[in-house]
Design a protein around this ligand. Sequence first.
Ligand SMILES: *Cc1c(COP(=O)(O)O)cnc(C)c1O
Length: 353
Amino acid sequence: MDELQSAASSVIADVTGAQAGCVTDCSAAGVGLAVAAAITGCDLALIDQLPVIPDDVEKRVLIQMGHMIHYGGPVPQMISISGAQLEPLGTAALCEAYHLESALKRGCAAAVYVVSHHTVREGELPMDLFIDLCDAYDTPVIVDMASEYDMRTPIELGASAVVYSGHKFMSGITSGVVAGRLPMVRAIYLQHRGLGRLMKVGKESIAGAMAALELWRDRDESAQLAFEKDIVNRWLSELTEIPGVLIEEHADWTGNPITRLKMTVDPSVAGLYAWELAARLADENPRIFVRDDLSEHGELYLDPCNVTLEEAGLVARAISEQVSRAMRDGDGCQITLSQMKRERSTAPLNWPK
Ligand SMILES: *Cc1c(COP(=O)(O)O)cnc(C)c1O
């Protein structure tokens, strides 16, 4: 495993421009182990002890309040699993440089920066300023970029560790890719002797992440963009006439080179709420999943990166049929926002179906 992870380190360094890297079993594990590494360094005894941390070891970890998101699991828990003491900065939609500097002055083990469409970007500190301020206090910055295309900027800006997902855009098998400065990455890798054991990465994942990184590096980006553009154009032409559904192109929230199709549903015309449309599409055979995390604002998004041109046509037909049916049968606008919220919090308890 040591040799395999060393080989992975070379591939990660090549793709990201970082000094070193290692593979974890997923990105959440990468963040958790990077925080652990910031606390223990390469002290093997401390690594054995986590999440119990001696009183004289720094364990405060800073994060902007607006970065404390839930992507399917909560960011704060991924940080505190190591025994770290989380210190939120600012308020939900405002973090100023003075919030960060005040906390840095009092000392901390690390600061975490999250890039995601889920974060509150209004009022957040930009990454370059965040890293500069942390640098002035020799505080390592761990960047969670699990779902982002840009594999070089955080390293160029001086982040100590950056975490990517091997199984999101890179389309590999489940894995986390960690890139960063050598002493930090070594300390992250060494966590496999402690906390990392209960999130043990398989050799298949390491080999898979290496292959995914190489394919990603060598991909034909303009061909992929052109392919996605064809799909969005198809949706634009096939979804124009749906009553109560406004369609438009939508640029990615965090600047990834993805254009999506945004649908704004007016329930008084379309006869159903956006979240009902999403649920009905998910019940079709084959199931159709749209991005529905903003459905409470009446918005649904179609992602061109996960479908073939043929499937895109199927999606367009299904949307148009669902709206016609709701208008004809008058069976929509039944599940209010509050009911939908209630259902979402009890549905997980019905497992297994
Ligand atoms: C998806 C995501 C994760 C978790 O990724 P896994 O590799 O599935 O653990 C972590 N952080 C962000 C910002 C994400 O979008």
